[in-house]
Ligand binder design. Structure first.
Ligand code: HEM
Length: 418
């Protein structure tokens, strides 16, 4: 991808990404944290979903939701959330009794696999997301995209970074690594979100099949070539290359996870920094401060504040009986503000001593793209600070708010510079 090649349809980006028009995971404009604190104070685990327990009555969509026929439980402290995700014998990614229609999908996606099968599939692509591969991502896709986007608005003196910048970077990065052109990138984003269900699978296959064929004939230095060459060993010990349906299932997960999360976390990080400009100054003076800023923003406002697991046996947790088949939601957002683990947990303070938080999950299913996400955010923030002098919130615009329930992000990141 050359920087000059980036020309995205800004109205289409707004349609796909603007959280005010298209709220994801729950139309929720408030701040759930005070209510989650109150729940934690009365017990670490409660029957109900993280939304219903705080009075949210809108539709709930996310991992393990809505599933109205199952009982739901949610955990709000760090220790219980940690225990849930580190006990894969009891709490798993797919239900013990899947509905036959969903069973095929559950078997095909690494996110919903468990145990040895999950480990085998994850091992195929994990090396491409390790810390040592970050310069490869930065040089090939992230920095060219970031620079081209800044080129497109630098002369204007103002921008809404949330949509014009944050939304585009992860989509173009992950699509670039799949050999998908900038022209097709927004179609792919639409295909892998709910908005694109139905014809979404068809469109993804239509774009990817010729790329898969081309990489089989002539591999290149990109992620789709890694998938095309990957060999999987089955239970009988037989080894074979991934089938087309396997490659498409992998691609769906990586394209969806890669394009749907990081942009919101990037917007949240920028809002946190713009509201505490001493951290912009601190990074300008010493770039090594940036990692702590990115990590603290993820702790403070994780874009995915809950996930889900299915109980595979009757179990008692924190004195609460959970029946087999129930969905148990570790509320990572609430765990990240557990006052038993962090002092002044509601404050964004990158100066605090580092401690593991759950913004990227933990255990066998810990986010595979966590290094990539951190690198994208850090590269984007660095470039903005380097290239746009005196970057600050636009005081004439409506102040940004963080909204959403199961997927949180900024309403906008309106900035001026110069
Ligand atoms: C700031 C951005 C991101 C956040 C906050 C995030 C968060 C998460 C979380 C919390 C999980 C664990 C789910 C669980 O506990 O069940 C997860 C899993 C996953 N993430 Fe991310 N993610 C981000 C970016 C990315 C990116 C950029 C990619 C890839 C391009 C990615 C790929 C994945 C995959 C493949 C899994 C499933 C791993 C498995 O099942 O073994 N994520 N993510």
């Amino acid at each position: 991808m050359t920087p000059a090649a980036i020309a995205l349809d800004s109205e289409r980006i707004r349609e796909l990404f603007d959280l005010r028009r298209n709220p994801l995971g729950g139309v929720f404009e408030g701040n759930p944290y005070p209510a989650w604190h109150r729940l934690r104070e009365s017990g670490p685990l409660h029957e109900g979903t993280a939304g219903r327990l705080i009075g949210f009555q809108g539709p709930e969509t996310f991992f393990g939701l809505p599933e109205p026929e199952r009982p739901h439980f949610s955990a709000f402290d760090f220790a219980t959330c940690d225990e849930i995700v580190r006990n894969p014998d009891v709490f798993r990614m797919s239900p013990p009794d899947p509905d036959p229609e969903k069973a095929r999908f559950l078997e095909s996606s690494m996110l919903t696999m468990d145990g040895e099968r999950h480990r085998r599939y994850r091992t195929l692509v994990q090396p491409s997301f390790g810390p040592d591969r970050m310069p490869w991502w930065t040089k090939n896709w992230i920095r060219p995209t970031v620079d081209a986007l800044i080129d497109s608005f630098e002369a204007n003196g103002r921008a809404d970074l949330n949509v014009e910048f944050c939304a585009a970077i992860p989509t173009l990065t992950i699509c670039g690594s799949f050999g998908i052109s900038v022209d097709d990138a927004l179609d792919i984003r639409a295909a892998v979100t709910n908005a694109g269900q139905g014809e979404g699978v068809g469109r993804l296959a239509e774009v990817l099949r010729p790329i898969i064929e081309a990489r089989r004939a002539e591999p290149q230095d990109d992620l789709i070539s890694v998938l095309v060459r990957a060999e999987i060993t089955d239970d009988q010990g037989d080894t074979q290359v991934l089938s087309d349906p396997d490659i498409l299932a992998f691609s769906w997960l990586l394209l969806a996870a890669g394009s749907g999360t990081t942009w919101k976390q990037m917007g949240i990080t920028l809002v946190a920094m713009l509201e505490c400009p001493e951290w912009i100054e601190a990074v300008r003076k010493d770039a090594s401060v940036l990692n702590a800023v990115v990590e603290e923003a993820a702790r403070w406002e994780a874009t995915d504040p809950t996930f889900g697991r299915y109980a595979h046996q009757d179990v008692t947790l924190c004195g609460v009986d959970i029946p087999k088949g129930a969905v148990v939601h570790p509320c990572y957002g609430a765990a990240n503000r557990d006052p038993g683990r962090w002092e002044r947990p509601d404050e964004f303070d990158p100066g605090r001593s580092p401690r593991t938080n759950l913004a990227f999950g933990r255990g066998a299913h810990v986010c595979m793209g966590k290094n990539l996400a951190r690198t994208e955010i850090a590269t984007a923030v660095t470039a903005l600070i380097e290239r746009l002098p005196d970057l600050r919130l636009d005081s004439s615009a409506e102040p940004p708010r963080i909204i959403g329930l199961y997927e949180r992000g900024a309403t906008a990141v309106p900035v001026v510079w110069g």
